[in-house]
Design a protein. Structure first.
Lengths: 134, 229
């Protein structure tokens, strides 16, 4: 990548992230004003989907930064998970129960979802236009 | 000194992430999990250098400042796959609604059966919701954000291992059904694995992860107030 292309890429990404941030804050503000029981980021996601679907915002305005942020989404979870160092006691006393509860519940969730979709969609699936997530 | 600790905690966090990402690409396996590995590495460094979680907090705030825009960006995979979503609306919607409801109710019931505390139960309900949304719902329900993210990550690891085994056992062969099942329970980690199975599975898992999170943010408060009390 040439130097000016590199600069242009980061300039675009910065502007796009600013737009995503504005939409996210809009979600937060609306949740506050309307006393909605959902997180502001969920409403932000819904707002962005509506803006894209109604062509108010073209996909190219947010695409590059969204792909970059989603590629490294896992990075943001790590510092939050470090907070676990405060919870060592719980895992010492109830670790096995927690593991069992998660495994049992996940088993039911996976089977219910997979079987319900297959029963209603049929065993065969007509291949349609598929676009990867990132 | 204070600024030095903040810089140090950010540096070790980025270092742990880069190293774990490299390992997981080199040795792809559900147990070689980026979040799990990085978190363990960072906690080990903090414990051995005597830095407390309180001292880690300022760096944490800096590092997670882009999490909000990143969560809003989850609308993009939904938008890219809107056609296939609309064409299969009923099976997909039913699968996600029933699957997410099953995930929430069974985790509340199991946690109550084992006599776990209220903050643990509330954090456990959100185990299948992608981390950024789960921690925010957790705050609304007076759960604990770091406990919630631990349960979400554990569910991601267990779900990624269990999903292919269970789906094969019950002969769920439709790639649409497989993708939705991956994403509804094992969220982002499931989506990464579903992508390895195929593009239909991967993209549908991403869609299911987003929709299940939206649905859960509406239903979880009702379920918690009626079942946990």
């Amino acid at each position: 990548m040439k130097e000016d292309e590199f600069m242009n890429y980061w300039l675009r990404v910065t502007l796009q992230i600013t737009l995503l941030w504005v939409i996210y804050q809009l979600g937060n503000i609306l949740v506050g004003i309307m006393h909605l029981p959902i997180p502001g980021n969920v409403l932000g996601m819904i707002i962005l989907f509506v803006l894209l679907s109604t062509r108010t915002i073209p996909l190219v305005w947010v695409e590059e930064s969204a792909d970059l942020l989603l590629k490294h989404l896992a990075f943001f979870f790590i510092p939050i998970a470090v907070g676990l160092m405060e919870w060592v006691g719980l895992f010492q006393t109830s670790g096995l129960q927690l593991l069992l509860a998660i495994s049992l519940s996940a088993t039911v969730g996976i089977l219910v979802t997979g079987l319900v979709v297959q029963i209603f969609a049929g065993i065969r699936f007509v291949k349609e236009e598929i676009k990867c997530i990132n | 000194m204070h600024q030095l600790i903040v810089l140090f905690t950010i540096a070790i966090s980025i270092g742990a992430y880069t190293f774990s990402r490299f390992l997981s690409k080199r040795y792809p396996h559900p147990l070689v999990n980026v979040v799990f590995l990085s978190t363990a590495l960072i906690i080990m460094v903090l414990l051995s250098t005597g830095i407390s979680f309180r001292q880690y907090q300022p760096g944490l705030n800096v590092m997670t400042s882009l999490l909000g825009p990143a969560t809003a960006a989850l609308a993009i995979p939904l938008y890219r796959n809107r056609k296939i979503l609309l064409n299969n609306f009923i099976p997909v919607a039913l699968g996600i609604v029933l699957g997410a409801t099953a995930n929430m109710t069974t985790s509340i019931l199991a946690a109550k059966l084992f006599g776990l505390s209220k903050v643990t139960v509330v954090s456990l309900v959100l185990k299948s919701v992608t981390v950024p949304i789960a921690i925010d719902i957790s705050k609304i329900l007076s759960g604990d954000p770091s406990l919630t993210s631990a349960f979400v990550i554990a569910t991601g690891i267990l779900g990624t291992v269990l999903t292919p085994i269970l789906l094969n056992l019950f002969k769920v062969t439709n790639p649409l059904a497989r993708g939705i099942a991956y994403g509804t329970t094992a969220h982002g980690q499931g989506t990464a694995t579903a992508l390895l199975e195929g593009p239909v599975q991967g993209s549908m898992s991403g869609v299911a992860m987003g929709l299940a999170a939206i649905f859960t943010s509406f239903l979880a408060p009702l379920l918690v107030s009626s079942l946990v009390g």
